[in-house]
Ligand binder design. Structure first.
Ligand SMILES: NC(=O)c1ccc[n+]([C@@H]2O[C@H](COP(=O)([O-])OP(=O)(O)OC[C@H]3O[C@@H](n4cnc5c(N)ncnc54)[C@H](OP(=O)(O)O)[C@@H]3O)[C@@H](O)[C@H]2O)c1
Length: 288
């Protein structure tokens, strides 16, 4: 089976857990970093670190040398053509298997970059597995953390729509599974959590676990854009967030599948487990 796996986005929300999952399975992950001189603590000590930058093709050859499997993700700032060209180069030099981190519904939405990347990955000679992930729970600890820590609220314009939140650690475990075990070649999976929840439900779980009241004020799109602009987020990023939360508001983000449970042989993590594990990040006294 796969021996050496190159992990892209290895400092990112999912990738950092992919390399750890591979190391736990006695595989030696190779992590591709834009700056290999700065290896984050989140990566395993034994990691084989190489310089890799999607937008610098001169880094691709050395990063792909001797690689059998590839965990491929698209950084939000890199265009679909560049990511696709890298996948094609990987297949050309003999990478046998590619697991691509896509998004739920990508096959039906030609407007998003994942749609085009999926098609080009599928067209390569490599065996591929498309991992169409739902909304990450970790978004709450990243872009929305400040609202929770400083305002005790979850401030997203999702109305009463429900979302099948998935824990990035479970996505990483799925990626390691499909890259190291047989039977997942040329398949696609919808990677969701075990339940669909509204943000009011999520706020109730936060309140319970953190022991203080976290509210969900159901902000409008306009209020959300205003606050995001006030924080200095770039407009394209705000536009993407608005599209994502509008999808949820319209009830299009609530699909729950069994794929994660079947692939992992256990229940995917619930939002309660996520909040318990990340509780320190949501406490004002430990806020950095
Ligand atoms: N968030 C969600 O709810 C969700 C749901 C489904 C799918 N997705 C998809 O998941 C992907 C993001 O995954 P993530 O959240 O794990 O990543 P992330 O946390 O956004 O991190 C981005 C990663 O890409 C790396 N990177 C940035 N520019 C690069 C370049 N030019 N060359 C090589 N590496 C580069 C970053 O490395 P540095 O440390 O060098 O910056 C970092 O490791 C996106 O395609 C998104 O659409 C997200």
């Amino acid at each position: 089976m796969t021996d050496t796996v190159l992990v892209t986005g290895a400092t990112g929300t999912v990738g950092r857990h992919v390399s750890n999952e591979l190391a736990e399975r006695d595989y030696s992950p190779r992590v591709g970093l834009r700056d290999p001189g700065v290896v984050p603590e989140s990566l395993p000590d034994v990691a084989d670190v190489v310089e890799f930058d999607f937008v610098r093709p001169e880094t691709w050859g050395a990063a792909l040398r001797g690689v059998d499997g590839l965990f491929l993700m698209r950084p939000p700032t890199v265009d679909a053509d560049t990511v696709s060209a890298f996948a094609e180069a990987a297949a050309r030099v003999g990478v046998a298997r590619i697991a691509y981190l896509s998004t739920l519904g990508a096959e039906r939405n030609p407007l998003i970059p994942h749609h085009r990347i999926e098609q080009r990955v599928v067209a390569t000679d490599a065996d591929h597995t498309l991992l169409r992930a739902s909304f990450f729970m970790q978004n709450l600890a990243e872009v929305h953390r400040e609202d929770i820590v400083e305002h005790d609220e979850i401030f997203v314009p999702a109305g009463t729509g429900e979302t099948s939140f998935v824990d990035a650690r479970d996505i990483a475990a799925v990626a390691a599974t499909v890259l190291t075990e047989p039977g997942h070649e040329n398949r696609s999976y919808d990677i969701t959590g075990p339940e669909a929840l509204s943000y009011a439900d999520v706020a109730a779980v936060f309140s319970d676990v953190l022991g203080r009241r976290i509210t969900y004020p159901e902000p409008s799109l306009v209020a959300f854009v205003r606050r995001s602009r006030g924080r200095g987020y770039p407009l394209p990023f705000i536009a993407v967030m608005c599209a994502i939360y509008t999808t949820a508001r319209l009830g299009l983000a609530d699909r729950v599948t069994d794929d994660t449970r079947e692939l992992l042989g256990r229940e995917p993590r619930r939002i309660r487990a996520f909040v318990e594990d990340y509780a320190a990040e949501f406490r004002p006294e430990t806020a950095q």
